[in-house]
Design a protein around this ligand. Structure first.
Ligand SMILES: *Cc1c(COP(=O)(O)O)cnc(C)c1O
Length: 235
């Protein structure tokens, strides 16, 4: 079982079990395989088992792997912090971007997304943890940003993404995810047509599924521990 394939199968089974536990359809939660710091060969291995959605945090690393995997029908999701000088390439080389947290980035992605490509599917990253150090919009900022994104023709707003403060306490995990869900519900009530709550990682995805996650982003529980990359802070 302790192979990438075995762990992938186990995570798929846990996602289904958590959905059923929460009274949800097993196929209402999809798995985004977070492959940052892992080689293209590992991605190919889970692709062969049926995985199609992959999440990457670092642009250069992702572009290299996209070239290596161009024979595969992968759906590429950008989930890392976005610097404005990277928006051109991100808009052209990804299907989804989960980490939009300010107007300037949304506008630049919109301007850079070619007319021949489908709209770029985006989520607003919200920051519900107390520390303001992390990226992400506050609830009020997210609501204003959603109104702005709605005016941008090359972007399709799908929902919210969050990375709550890590904690081992499932009740605290769930309370944090509930805050994200509350913002999501405010947006729905305002008439935004959304279907995506991107929340939950290796350590907390069952709690996220209990609070309505539709995409869980799982890395180390599938691919194993990441070797600390020296490029990750500069990209
Ligand atoms: C790395 C990362 C993940 C995956 O984290 P794991 O703990 O390895 O499952 C999910 N989302 C984001 C935004 C990440 O940067």
């Amino acid at each position: 079982m302790d192979t990438i394939g075995g762990r992938w199968q186990a995570i798929k089974a846990s996602i289904e079990a958590a959905a059923l536990d929460a009274g949800r359809a097993p196929d209402s939660v999809s798995l985004l395989a977070v492959s940052k710091a892992h080689p293209a060969s590992a991605m190919r291995e889970v692709y062969m088992l049926g995985q199609r959605k992959f999440g990457e945090n670092y642009l250069q690393e992702a572009l290299t792997k996209q070239a290596e995997l161009k024979d595969l029908a992968i759906e590429w999701h950008f989930i890392g912090p976005i610097q404005s000088n990277k928006t051109q390439a991100i808009a052209q080389h990804f299907d989804w971007v989960h980490s939009v947290d300010r107007v300037k980035i949304a506008e630049r992605l919109n301007a850079a997304r070619s007319a021949e490509l489908p709209q770029l599917q985006v989520c607003i990253q919200v920051n519900i943890s107390e520390e303001n150090s992390k990226s992400g919009a506050s609830a009020a900022e997210a609501i204003a940003l959603a109104g702005h994104i709605r005016q941008l023709p090359r972007l399709s707003l799908r929902g919210l993404m969050a990375i709550p403060a890590p904690t081992a306490d499932p009740a605290v995990q769930q309370a944090q995810f509930r805050e994200v869900r509350n913002i999501y519900q405010t947006l729905l009530a305002q008439g935004h047509d959304l279907d995506t709550l991107s929340m939950g990682m290796s350590e907390d995805f069952p709690a996220a599924i209990r609070e309505g996650a539709t995409i869980v982003r799982v890395g180390s529980a599938i691919f194993g521990a990441r070797i600390k990359s020296t490029t990750s802070t500069t990209e």
